[in-house]
Design a protein around this ligand. Sequence first.
Ligand code: AMP
Length: 478
Amino acid sequence: MKKGSTKKTVKKPVETRRKVRKTVALQSVMGMRDILPTNQSYWQQVRKVLEHEAEEYGFSRIDTPILELKSLFENTIGNNSELIEDELYSFSSRSKDEVALRPEMTAGKVRAYIEHGMDALTNQPLKLFSIGPNYRYDKPMDGRYREFFQADFDIFGEMDPVLDAQVIQIAHRVLEKLELTDIQFAVNSVGTPESRKEYKKLLIAYFESNKVKLPSKYRNMIETNPMGIFDSKDDKVLQVCAGAPQAIDHLDKESREHFKNLLEYLDELELPYVINPQLVRGMDYYTKTVFEIYSTDKNGNQYALGGGGRFDRLIGDLGGEPTPAIGFSFGLDRLVLEMKRIGAKNYKPQVPRVYLAQLGELAKKKSLKIFAELENAGILIAESFGRGNLKTQLRQANKIGVDIALIIGQKEALDDTIIIKNMVSGIQETITKEKIISVLKKELKLSEDFRKKNGQTRRVVGNVVKEKVNRIQRKKRK
Ligand code: AMP
């Protein structure tokens, strides 16, 4: 035996591997989670509805990077906000750029809007829609994650309050389509930066006089971001906020008129809303309209599903052509939770009603092609091509609860035929491959009609349907 090829040297890597296995923490990062296949039908439904509404209302899709320069968020959301100070995931890249994971989507969208010269386009208003993950180093709890998903609708280039009403209408439509009905909209106006100057002075004076009641974190915000204090989730802070002067009482004429018009549009649309004078929202960039969307459970707990507002100054402030804009975002995680909370039942994954079983090498090869043909015809099929045993495959078909099994054995593969077996009656017949789609569609329709009429699932139907299917098939064959 050569030196170096002793048992000892063979063993070492195995031990090392074991050690590595033990030390890898098999858990996701705190506040981040996997969205498992069992939940995907809800997510698909939410995405489908959001994307559909975006298309219906003329939004174009835009995808911007998750990673942006940190300064973008500081200059848009505001340096002194909780979102930047406490919740931003930021770090130096290898090239020493200060970068951050996006905590929301508007900043990146506005950057792209200016960078690609969309602010100079004449076909305004421009409607842009995005959907994707966001990151906030928030305290994780039920419904609050460090990685969460938002769908963001923004309209650039129009200052008419009819657009404010339209985005609220879109939010409403999305909720309606998701059958989420027990929803409240809260609206407010935070005015313009000019009208806020006087108001901020009053607010600072108020918070100064109530300083002792505020935790130190909020005391530090009094001078730099007094309106941000309203965004606190701390009950003690909210009690202080309840007595504070309100932005709505200090609006300039233009903002007051804008808000009044918005309320008239909402009334006209018969959209339910409440005016919440405490609502300011955390980003510095908001002007005039702000709104939030909530649901409330039977214990009175409120869940924020989305929110937004106008940001008429942001594009100009960042160096673009001054362009008014309004937008909002929905929290997808919250929409899914809400669907589950109210017990929405319509989002079960589609279950295949046909199973394709095969026996033998040639049959397996042919099955792949037939699978694709059936899929093209819009028929959802289950299979387990990796299994060779027909009994196992049919057991699997039964477990899924399909109505029909298609079987291709050695003989059928050679003859270009397929056995079509009704899983309820057990009756089977052999048909030529060309006829498969038309026969299958008829068979599926038959069992669908039967289910509708009897209001039963295939499993329950069992023997009841057996005789009926027997009769139909006998008649068909004659
Ligand atoms: P915001 O950008 O803070 O106005 O948030 C808009 C919506 O995103 C909220 O109404 C929530 O539905 C959702 N959202 C915000 N933060 C989180 C989070 N940490 N986890 C889950 N959803 C969130």
